[in-house]
Write a protein that binds this ligand. Structure first.
Ligand code: FNR
Length: 184
């Protein structure tokens, strides 16, 4: 059976190292995993007034999440937390009250940064948010990728380091098991 994965990349920039990490994971994933990159750049800033009549772009986001079997969050670290654009998308899909689109979907959180912490603190914040949203997040392996050199992963998701490739393959294998275990 095919599993569809809704991928959230928490960076909007073209050369994003997190987008490249997401593409690398997609390349390593088994045939039966279909990655759907969820656009978050066209969303309005969440406003609780939306709950009286949800904007079309927000409804479309919720539908994309609901149609997915599983979630993959690939987050940069901005000032020791997740970027606002990613939190905004999560807030939108979690509402209106009582219609949290994420509930019960298996997920993983990974990320990359320039610094030696590899986005670890952003990921930890995100795990806290997802716990509240009733999302079972894969605990291990944690993936904190440090881009010491910008060509670690290229724009097509090709990985220059054999160690990094092996490590990410281990992650993907565990993630695939995690998804299969939660999806009927
Ligand atoms: C950063 N960066 C950063 N890195 C880090 O390791 N810890 C941090 O707290 C921060 N804080 C931070 C704040 C802001 C506003 C910016 C713009 C950047 C650096 C960050 O890791 C780097 O810009 C990455 O390239 C961002 O990921 P993308 O956009 O390449 O995916």
């Amino acid at each position: 059976t095919t599993h569809s994965i809704a991928v959230f990349v928490g960076s909007l920039r073209k050369a994003s190292i997190n987008r490249r990490l997401a593409l690398a994971v997609q390349r390593l994933a088994p045939e039966d995993m279909r990655f759907v990159f969820v656009p978050i750049d066209g969303l309005p800033l969440y406003n609780q007034d939306f709950d009286d009549g949800y904007p079309a772009a927000c409804q479309a986001l919720k539908k994309q999440v609901e149609q997915a079997d599983a979630l993959l969050f690939v987050t940069p670290e901005y000032n020791r937390s997740t970027p606002g654009v990613l939190k905004n998308a999560i807030d939108i899909a979690s509402r209106p009250w009582g219609t949290n689109s994420f509930a019960g979907k298996p997920a993983a959180v990974i990320g990359a940064s320039i610094g030696s912490t590899g986005s670890a603190l952003a990921q930890q914040h995100l795990r806290n948010v997802l716990a509240y949203l009733d999302v079972p997040v894969l605990a291990q392996p944690e993936v904190f990728v440090q881009f010491r050199s910008d060509d670690l992963i290229d724009g097509e998701g090709r990985i220059a380091s054999e160690d990094t490739r092996k490590f990410l393959q281990q992650f993907v294998d565990r993630y695939a098991e995690w998804v299969a275990r939660h999806v009927r």
